[in-house]
Design a protein around this ligand. Structure first.
Ligand SMILES: Nc1ncnc2c1ncn2[C@@H]1O[C@H](COP(=O)(O)OP(=O)(O)OP(=O)(O)O)[C@@H](O)[C@H]1O
Ligand SMILES: [Mg+2]
Length: 230
């Protein structure tokens, strides 16, 4: 386990029980997420990418094995998990998951309200982050009044506004055309370089996968290869 590891997983397995059938979605996973990583989880459909992201994101729990956050083993303490999810992790989804009745500003502000940040501070943080993702001037738009790429920028702004340690993204470019998908990866690279935000995201698009500085390849629920970019 590296000094800088935010999350360390040891010998993780995840089974899903489907009636009498047990689906072994992940097994023997050892993985450390280091501060500043730009890590891609690659693999074909059904290889376990979403399952692994949900475990890293503390949205789901493993069937066996240990997960350490800040070198402390997670023990199922729900209060601690809720704190980590609210304060330390940011999520970007394939389908953006914006709240349709809220405008851009309100969507991005929402996680700060959950954290109890004051109104004045919220305004500053939201306007700063909208500038970073190139959406200054769009803050009063509703999600339906934006393009797919703009919606994903809002989702990125919402994920990073609370300055989380790790941003997790499950196929963040899958619903975008390839040019817009490239732009979204470029934005994530910029935020990784400028703010030091750690990104962990999945993809099965070879063009997107090659953009990872660390690439983890899953096959049938196992890590078959890890590659570090030169
Ligand atoms: N809730 C669930 N109940 C039962 N089986 C599941 C569940 N979620 C996933 N699985 C199974 O676990 C395995 C891994 O699924 P997962 O969704 O992690 O794959 P993936 O790599 O994200 O695939 P995709 O590229 O299609 O999104 C698959 O065999 C899938 O059918
Ligand atoms: Mg998936």
């Amino acid at each position: 386990m590296g000094e800088q590891s935010i999350i360390h997983m040891h010998d993780i397995s995840k089974n899903y029980e489907l009636g009498k059938i047990t689906v072994k979605a992940l097994h023997s996973i050892d993985l450390s997420i280091e501060a500043g990583d730009f890590l891609v989880i690659a693999g074909s459909s059904g290889s376990g990418k979403t399952t692994l992201l949900n475990l890293i994101g503390l949205i789901d729990t493993p069937t066996s094995g240990s997960i350490y956050f800040d070198s402390k083993e997670l023990d199922g303490n729900e209060r601690r998990l809720t704190e980590y999810r609210r304060d330390r992790l940011g999520y970007i989804f394939q389908t953006f998951n914006l709240i349709p009745v809220m405008n851009v500003y309100e969507n991005v502000e929402f996680p700060l309200i959950l954290q109890g940040v004051s109104q004045g501070q919220r305004k500053q943080l939201v306007m700063d982050v909208l500038e970073q993702v190139g959406l200054t001037g769009h803050h009063r738009h509703k999600p339906r009044e934006l393009s797919g790429g703009q919606r994903q920028r809002v989702a990125i702004a919402r994920a990073i506004v609370k300055k989380p340690d790790i941003v997790l993204a499950d196929e963040p470019t899958a619903n975008l055309d390839s040019v817009t998908g490239e732009e979204i990866i470029e934005l994530m690279e910029k935020l990784n370089a400028h703010n030091g935000t750690t990104f962990v995201f999945s993809s099965h698009d070879p063009m997107i996968i090659t953009r990872g500085r660390r690439i983890i390849r899953l096959h049938d629920g196992q890590i078959i290869r890890e590659k570090e970019a030169a």
